[in-house]
Design a protein around this ligand. Sequence first.
Ligand code: PLP
Length: 433
Amino acid sequence: MRYISTRGSAAVSVETAIMGGTAGDGGLYVPEILPALPPASFPPTADLPAIASIFLQPFFAGSSLATRISDICRAAFNFPLPLRQLEASPGSLSVLELFHGPTAAFKDVGARFLARCMEAIIHDGVLAAGPVTVLVATSGDTGGAVAAAYYRRAGTRVVILFPEGRVSARQQHQLTCWGDNVVSLAVRGEFDDCQRLVKACFADSSLRSQHRLCSANSINVGRLLPQAAYYAQASLAHWRATGRNLSFIVPTGNMGNAFACVWARRAGLPIDRIILATNANLTISDYLATGQWLPRPSIATLASAMDVGNPSNMERLQGLCGDIQTVREEVSAIPVSDVEIRSTIVDEFRRHGLPWCPHTATGLNVYRKLPAAERAGRDWAVVATAHAAKFDTIVEPLLGVHIRLPDELSALLARPTHFETIPPELDALAARL
Ligand SMILES: *Cc1c(COP(=O)(O)O)cnc(C)c1O
């Protein structure tokens, strides 16, 4: 399997696509063809790592990773991603819980798979490269998942930049409790300063080659592909149990999670509709309504990990579809306000006694807002992207209860932390690299 850029440049190997992150022409890598993986490709007894391995194998065909995918899936998919049914048919509601990993959010899945692919590529010397430095700017959630995934992965070092005093205490702890091959730097500035510094490093060809800089951001195809595996597992389980296709409502920011669902459906999995739940950042919903793609600065909302004004992965969907009409057939989008997020967290707790994070609440709000006939005619799964305990400062005051931390997260929060503080200047960062 070869990978091409959404902007048309020549095909590269999957190893190059993973280590390069974005294509040389500024586009995003996509597989040259989408393999066909109908339900019959998956034995009924296959567990999550086996389903992931069967789904991912064709995307790595002919590469140095082909014989390793099964082991990488066993190691990366080592926590459950359960589909929990909350309400029965008609219009049944389930929640696909993606928050049982080390940092209690769905980004653990992609980051763990990507880290192991990079480790294998470096170990095998495929691109004649040595150790790499993975440089990440984070406003909170991504950095923790990447740090946890790369911690002690041979041949890799991670440098995380976060804005001093602008991430929550729990987030900061998850960014700074590592050590070993993970370096955490608090930047005296905003998230935009962190991002600017990372871009400046990548633009500096001597820094870039000296440290073999790599990125692990959500547009890396090695993070996107494994996310399709949980859509495969959930839709197969539902289809085998009911004979019906499952529709997904996906809380969406940069559209990586939702786009993986589109790939899974295109590959032949029993998926019906895909609805994107967004927050007050309206770039996607405006585009679907008007056909005009107008990126804009992001707006801060309660669902902060979805505060994206220029969702990168739309370029992949546009490339797959060709025209706006086909994009509209593929997905729809429904925005959710902060007021609705708050009321949904409260209402759903009353209904089922379960606390949901603000991102998951956007998805549940969309489910409740669906026209009655549309809701009743299908079986729905809302994707739960993070554990409510990660957003305790929002959820606990609304519900008036203490939310118990998942064990993995409390283990992280018990670890000692260490970080250094740097001014928002390239020289300061370069000296730390
Ligand atoms: C990153 C993230 C999202 C948004 O996912 P995208 O792939 O960027 O659309 C939603 N919820 C949580 C908790 C996240 O961390």
